[in-house]
Design a protein around this ligand. Structure first.
Ligand code: G3P
Ligand code: CA
Length: 374
């Protein structure tokens, strides 16, 4: 840490809401520590979702027991008001809804009660999609409620991950920010970290940064800030409709590209000022950082615009904010985004990222899955 900007000076500026550290003076380790967030952070995207069906008990238990810092989830709400984890707008890709509810297969998940959602098989699709990683025990896995994910996060006495919760398409779920606050409060996840627990080595789930809230939506960020001002928040960023305005107005269909992700990879912010304006908005609304997209070396359906260029990360750090990039799975890209200055990574491959950060899990993926009955 530079002698000119001590940790206590940074803490003081954060407490005063200043956060105007200079580029050369920002100490990102101290910044993360002030929020109780590991640096760099391992954020298990929909759990350890490379090795097990996303957002299920298998993927979250695996991520937890490998030692990930956070269990990431996309939050939705059932017809009868139960909060649960699902990424897509409907159930087709990751469940057998087309077999169980053929007339409603295209309906949003919010059109189903939790009892109906619990009849769905959220694991077999994975065995078909990834036969090389399939396990018979994945068949019949259930969609999980937020309560059940909290139970998983709390259940390993040796490692307690935090929760990294996204309000997914929040306009479809009016009041979900309030519902989330109630649930986290009821489960004791909004109480200030006890000093004894916060100092323990059990993991981020015991400390000040045990919950991070994330959203792509400006409006939801404002609502999250209103409901839970003390909880760290991240504004997710990408280039496209509803987020950062692109330089080119050419649409995907006009572009002639065959692969949507090649198209996305070529998108860039309209201007430097446009990028900065989004970071500034996030800060003004109380976010402690941003969650930008990355362009991946091998492409693929998680490769988007490169929003982790060094000047972008530097600007964000200059505002006293952290950068957690999504969603990176390969060592070549871990290397690249870390060199560009990010402070944590959303990954489907928690085991690989932990290895990269020289915090390898004590047991193999296979062993952890077996330990958990998979
Ligand atoms: O939440 C960060 C990252 O998960 C955003 O992308 O579409 O996977 O939710 P998505
Ligand atoms: Ca997400």
């Amino acid at each position: 840490m530079p002698a000119t900007f001590t940790k206590s000076a940074l803490m003081l500026s954060l407490m005063l809401g200043l956060g105007q550290a200079h580029a050369a003076q920002t100490d990102v380790n101290a910044l993360a520590a002030a929020h109780g967030i590991p640096h760099p952070a391992v954020i298990a995207h929909r759990g350890a979702s490379f090795d097990a069906p996303e957002s299920t008990a298998a993927s979250y238990k695996l991520a937890r027991d490998l030692g990930a810092d956070y269990l990431e989830m996309d939050l939705q709400r059932s017809k009868d008001g139960v909060l649960f984890a699902l990424h897509d707008n409907n159930l087709q890709r990751t469940t057998d809804v087309a077999t169980k509810f053929p007339e409603r297969k295209d309906s949003p998940a919010t059109a189903f009660t939790m009892a109906e959602l619990k009849t769905l098989d959220a694991g077999s699709w994975y065995n078909k999609a990834y036969p090389d990683r399939a396990r018979p025990t994945y068949a019949g896995l259930k969609i999980l409620t937020l309560d059940e994910i909290i139970d998983i996060a709390q259940a390993n006495p040796k490692h307690k991950p935090g929760l990294y919760i996204e309000t997914k398409e929040p306009q479809l779920f009016p009041g979900i920010e309030h519902d989330l606050k109630e649930k986290l409060h009821d489960r004791g996840w909004l109480s200030p970290a006890g000093s004894k627990l916060a100092k323990s080595e059990l993991g981020v789930g015991q400390g000040k940064g045990k919950v991070i809230l994330q959203t792509f939506e400006k409006n939801s960020l404002e609502l999250l800030q209103k409901e839970m001002p003390q909880v760290p928040k991240i504004l997710l960023l990408w280039v496209g409709e509803g987020s950062i305005e692109p330089k080119s107005k050419v649409t995907f269909s006009e572009s002639g590209e065959k692969d949507k992700n090649v198209f996305y990879g070529k998108q860039e912010p309209k201007s430097e000022a446009e990028f900065k304006q989004w970071v500034d908005f996030a800060k003004a609304q109380g976010a402690i950082g941003t969650g930008p997209s990355a362009k991946l070396t091998k492409g693929g359906d998680q490769s988007y615009s490169d929003l982790v260029q060094p000047w972008m990360n530097q600007y964000t750090h200059d505002q006293g904010m952290l950068v957690h990039v999504y969603t990176v799975d390969e060592p070549v890209d871990f290397e690249k985004v870390m060199a560009a200055g990010v402070d944590g990574i959303f990954t489907n491959r928690a085991s690989e990222l932990l290895k990269f950060y020289k915090r390898p899990a004590a047991a193999s993926v296979d062993q952890v899955l077996k330990n958990n009955g998979f």
